[in-house]
Design a protein around this ligand. Structure first.
Ligand code: ADP
Ligand code: MG
Length: 319
């Protein structure tokens, strides 16, 4: 990824302590994110993929400073997010959530929802805010006349457009999109992905695009990061990752992605065993009990994060 980073994660970790058992008496810890380093340049899209529970949303919340890391550091334009946010961070870095039904306040009109950030940040006067709301609704393909309507009058896809408009009102530089299309019908997913790509071209936005679905990520991202149980397994430019995935876990994910040409279809790799519990992750490489290529060193030690080829990073003892 580009050296001149907009967003940079250095060895970032986040652990949660919860309670388990019949009366909640047993304390349990989950290492949701462990030792992750990533960079994202201005105007770029980095995809983050992995199965449910692997820590993607936690990483997204760390990136927008909704969570504080308990190890490592997140930087925006070179400045650490903690203890004090860099100026303009709250305006320039926005987030779109997975569920467009719970992420919009049902009591507020669409216009109010989109305008709220302008009010909070004291941007413009009443007239210019109204104008800006109409403008961004237009940008996301909603009639500006809809500003007076309420969320329940909109479909899931339209609500996600509203959520995107709310971000755009603030002229962001980076939007963290946490599974923005996962709750939508397949036919609507492509429309939202196309809208995001369109907006990126027009406005030079950067995205951290989170999805459990590698084919969705493939439709929008310049580079792809693959997570498994809190760890980063592989990071590569999109084309290279799809053409020649290095990590056996990435190979497994990719083998499940449908391809249009049946002659080029991959043999689907079926994983051995159940996904391990995040409360008791396997020692060494957490993927080793299910890995078709596991060998002697894998249960012993987590493999170092290394550059296997120019621009291609992997954590695997094979490399
Ligand atoms: P993903 O988005 O990839 O599904 P998450 O980041 O939501 O993964 O969760 C990663 C792990 O951290 C899971 O095991 C989850 O149960 C746990 N976790 C996430 N948020 C919390 C929290 N606020 N409290 C306790 N555990 C959490
Ligand atoms: Mg999630």
């Amino acid at each position: 990824m580009s050296g001149a980073s907009l967003l940079e994660l250095r060895e970032v970790s986040r652990r949660y302590v919860g309670r388990e058992g019949p009366l909640g008496l047993r304390r349990t810890a989950v290492q949701a994110v462990q030792g992750i380093s990533l960079g994202l340049g201005a105007g770029q899209t980095l995809g983050l993929v992995g199965e449910s529970g692997c820590g993607k949303s936690t990483l997204g919340r760390l990136a927008v400073a909704l969570e504080r890391p308990d190890g490592g550091e997140v930087r925006y334009r070179g400045a650490p997010l903690w203890p004090d946010l860099p100026s303009a961070f709250r305006r320039e870095v926005q987030m779109v959530f997975q569920d467009p039904y719970s992420s919009l306040n049902p009591r507020l009109s669409i216009g109010r929802i989109v305008r709220e950030g302008l009010d909070v940040h004291g941007i413009g006067d009443a007239a210019s805010r109204r104008e800006r709301v109409a403008e961004v609704l237009g940008l996301v393909g909603l009639p500006p006349g809809h500003a007076a309507r309420y969320p329940h009058e909109f479909s899931g896809g339209q609500r996600q457009r509203v959520a995107i408009a709310r971000c755009l009102a603030l002229e962001p530089k980076l939007i963290v999109c946490d599974e923005p299309v996962s709750a939508l019908d397949v036919s609507i997913q492509a429309q939202i992905v196309n809208l995001l790509r369109d907006l990126q071209e027009r406005m030079g936005l950067a995205y951290l695009f989170i999805s459990h679905d590698l084919s969705v990520v493939g439709a929008i991202c310049d580079a792809v990061a693959v997570m498994y149980l809190g760890r980063l397994m592989e990071l590569a430019p999109r084309g290279q990752l799809f053409k020649e995935p290095l990590h056996p876990y990435t190979q497994t994910l990719l083998s499940a992605v449908p391809v249009p040409d049946p002659a080029r279809a991959r043999q689907r790799i079926r994983l051995a065993g159940e996904p391990p519990s995040p409360y008791a992750p396997p020692a060494g490489c957490p993927f080793h009990p299910r890995c078709p290529r596991a060998f002697a060193p894998c249960p012993g030690e987590f493999p170092a994060w290394r550059e296997a080829a120019p621009g291609r990073f992997v954590s695997c003892h094979l490399y």
